[in-house]
Design a protein around this ligand. Structure first.
Ligand code: G6P
Length: 482
């Protein structure tokens, strides 16, 4: 590791997450800046808004992992791993070049194939999970990857600094960091659901205990909803015994939509342009049932399509009158099960179009290429938003659609999404496994009188923006420093 003694400016507020606020692509030849040039692409989200809200950037540092070749090249060119400020919007970001094989085991192997599956309850349990020697090998990488974060944070944090550790990728960091730096105030935040004890205990006992004890190394462990916080407590009780967790405070901070940003962004010219194109794809006078997701197993896109097909069967009056606009953007394509799921989404959508489509009507318009402006365009014109995850930490789409909707939108919402805690009253709530029930909810949503829809949409938007990202972040920071 490069010696940065003396040169390092120690931070008062630190954030740690696997994915950072910027990612890099390296151009082999034809790129705009010539061969080997790097292009930085900035992301958004709650942490970005939160860190910008604390003001003086010099006092904060975001520690994240290099995720691909471009990122790794950027770290090699960066001074002590701290990225150029012009790439990060002024934010101080330290990217860790963790050995690529170790990162792959930790991220794809443990975080996304085990921990994500446990908390979203995604296993097909007759055949999986299998905790064998290969799992133990990957677990060792997960420990090494967490240790790399803990060491980087320990090195960069000022005396008594606040460190906000994010998500299931970094469950062991709080405990490791506590040992290295007992002076720090450490928070952990889970952006996912938390599994109930019976499901969590699919994990080998020592691994279950290590994950919980890792998080309990924090002064404060926070979750998006009371339901996930309660599940965490119940897991501590079941795995570690009744005396566990006494020193760690548990908090709940429900992340809301960023209304100011969304409303402004949704009225820029590129969004208007895409609205025009979408209107053509949908066709004059037809309703739109919209969904926007990563192609993610937990989002339940296939059952959403099956419910739409059921709607066309049970209520043929909607044929030719409605289009299901489904955006399913690529995600975690290194994992075979995600690639298979993506193919299944396409297959089911094609099947519906083949069976019901007519020369003038395509029942399902599926787009799989990520396009933020087009997502906002779909939000604006949606008559119905379909958000039916089998389990979801929060689900921001459910919150964003009512905020930018032009004329109000009916929300069909899974009771298994964290957002249900805040939006349940004005949404049409479904059991995500129940195709018939979801089809009926779609019918009710499409049939809802315009005035009622607008009223509900307004109340949904108010609930959805109650805790904007900057506030969400600052609340956690204040609670930790108290
Ligand atoms: C979830 C997780 C985040 C993660 C995101 C995208 O929302 O809670 O931590 O960044 O999914 O997943 P990815 O694997 O692409 O980072």
């Amino acid at each position: 590791m490069a010696s940065t003694h003396g040169a390092v400016q120690r931070a008062q507020v630190l954030v740690a997450s696997n994915r950072g606020p910027v990612s890099y692509t390296v151009y082999a030849d034809e790129g705009t800046g010539g061969p080997g040039s790097l292009r930085a692409k900035r992301g958004g989200g709650g942490l970005v808004s939160g860190l910008s809200a604390i003001g003086s950037d010099a006092d904060s540092l975001w520690v994240c992992a290099a995720l691909g070749d471009g990122d790794r090249e950027a770290v090699r060119r960066a001074d002590g791993g701290v990225l150029p400020a012009e790439d990060t919007g002024g934010q101080r970001v330290r990217m860790l070049d963790i050995d690529a094989a170790v990162h792959t085991d930790a991220y794809n192997g443990i975080a996304n194939s085990v921990l994500w599956f446990v908390h979203h309850m995604l296993y097909q349990t007759p055949l999986e999970p299998v905790f064998d020697t290969e799992f133990r090998r990957q677990w060792a990488s997960y420990e090494a990857y967490n240790r790399a974060f803990a060491e980087a944070l320990a090195e960069a944090a000022a005396q008594g600094a606040a460190v906000l550790v994010q998500d299931y990728h970094l469950c062991l960091v709080p405990g490791m960091l506590r040992e290295l730096r007992p002076d720090l105030r450490i928070g952990h935040f889970s952006h996912t659901p938390w599994a109930p004890p019976d499901y969590f205990r699919l994990l080998p006992d020592d691994i279950a205990a290590a994950l919980l004890n890792g998080i309990l190394g924090a002064d404060r462990a926070a979750f998006l909803t009371h339901r996930w916080a309660d599940a965490f407590r119940a897991c501590c009780h079941a795995v570690l015994g009744p005396e566990a967790a006494t020193d760690t405070r548990i908090g709940v901070h429900g992340l809301g939509a960023d209304a100011d940003f969304l409303r402004k962004r949704a009225h820029e010219p590129d969004v208007d342009q895409r609205m025009a194109t979408l209107r053509e794809e949908i066709g004059e006078g037809r309703r739109a049932v919209v969904r926007v997701d990563r192609t993610e197993l937990s989002k339940n896109i296939v059952r959403g399509l099956l419910a739409y097909r059921q709607l066309l069967d049970d209520h043929p009056e909607w044929r030719e009158q409605v289009v299901h606009v489904a955006f399913a953007y690529p995600s975690r394509q290194d994992l075979a099960v995600y690639r298979d799921y993506t193919a299944e989404v396409q297959r089911v959508a094609d099947g519906i179009n083949a069976r019901y489509g007519t020369p003038g009507w395509t029942p399902v318009v599926l787009h799989v290429k990520d396009d933020f402006a087009r997502s906002l365009a779909a939000y604006r014109l949606a008559d119905v938003a379909l958000v039916n995850p089998i389990r979801d930490g929060m689900n921001l789409v459910a919150k964003e659609v009512p905020v930018v909707s032009d004329e109000g939108c009916a929300l069909v919402l899974s009771r298994e999404a964290g957002a249900y805690e805040e939006l349940g009253t004005d949404a049409l709530v479904v059991n995500p496994y129940d195709i018939g029930g979801t089809a009926e909810a779609l019918h009710a949503a499409l049939s809802m009188p315009a005035a009622e829809r607008a009223e509900r949409s307004k109340r949904l938007a108010a609930a959805a923006t109650a805790l904007p990202p900057a506030r969400w972040f600052l609340d956690q920071l204040e609670a930790l420093q108290r």
